[in-house]
Design a protein around this ligand. Sequence first.
Ligand code: F6P
Ligand code: MN
Length: 358
Amino acid sequence: MHLGRTTLSKFLIQQLRGGDDERDLAALLVDIAAAVKAISSMTSKGALAGVLGSREATNVQGETQKKLDVLSDQAFINTFQLGGLTAGLASEENDQPMVFEPSPGEVNGRRYLAVFDPLDGSSNIDVNVSVGSIFSIIRAPKGRRVKPEDFLQSGARQLAAGYAIYGPSTMLVLSVGQGTHGFTLDREVGNFILTHRDIQIPTQTSEFAINTSNARFWEPPVLRYVEECQAGRTGPRERDFNMRWIASMVADVHRILMRGGVFMYPRDTKDPSKPGRLRLMYEANPMAMVVEQAGGLAITGRERSLDIAPEAIHQRVPVILGSKEEVDRIARYHQAFDTGTDEQYRSPLFKDRSLFQE
Ligand code: F6P
Ligand code: MN
């Protein structure tokens, strides 16, 4: 029974007291929570609802669309369009952003733009492994129609960001720039309850997450870091490390918020046309805000994720995030490699330093 505990709505009313603008942001986050509840209900029915499996189509990224990708996308689009608070949206599933005109009689302006990944890690749906939704809220231009370029704001300008995880329980984890907080869905009553106030990622960790099947495509600094972790007690780190890879970014990042760790989808040479796997606007940026607000760090290897100037809605970037001390270490390894000061590191797998350099 949760009577007397803090609901998401109460929490947002108390955190966002700065006038009309903040009141609308709180209302928008409550709308997002409603979409999340609808998606949580669909995902939890699994095979019973007939929503598993793929469609014929691929999305703008060339990935096969799952039925639930499209249903989740539609849930968010309806929420943002009908909710009257967003002037436009951009989604992983749609090539171009959508722009909304105010309807007659709308009281408040549409002050925000929403960018989202409606169902992250959707390859895990058919095997009943945790998936999630990721969202980012930025400011819409005032007094004119939204243009596609208006979405290209750096992550540091996000007003709110977060994710929902559809796991054994459904959780909403978000930040409005005043810490990162987690809410657990009470399914019977339909309320999100504040269960994880002011989440802090431990600064040190002995756990890393990376898809090691890509090892032969990595850059030397990433290979160095992972090899040192794997060497454990007998290597330079002088302690054993553990490895996890769920292949749902939401689930991997959630674990890191709960108990520390490092998540990496680094730059690699697998497909030279792609500088990373994950998308800046609706994967890297919102997760970077949530992680930084929880005392962690998020970088590409060479720069802070939140400082990247976006060039395209579906732009991909390398992502390295999590416990502060480990991410700092990986940044140092990149710098040492780039400046040629990592002479002491000799990987048997990596004799040629020039693989990534002209
Ligand atoms: O959205 C992309 C994504 O599904 C992430 O959720 C996840 O971290 C990653 O791709 C998994 O990639 P891979 O299948 O290469 O391990
Ligand atoms: Mn995704």
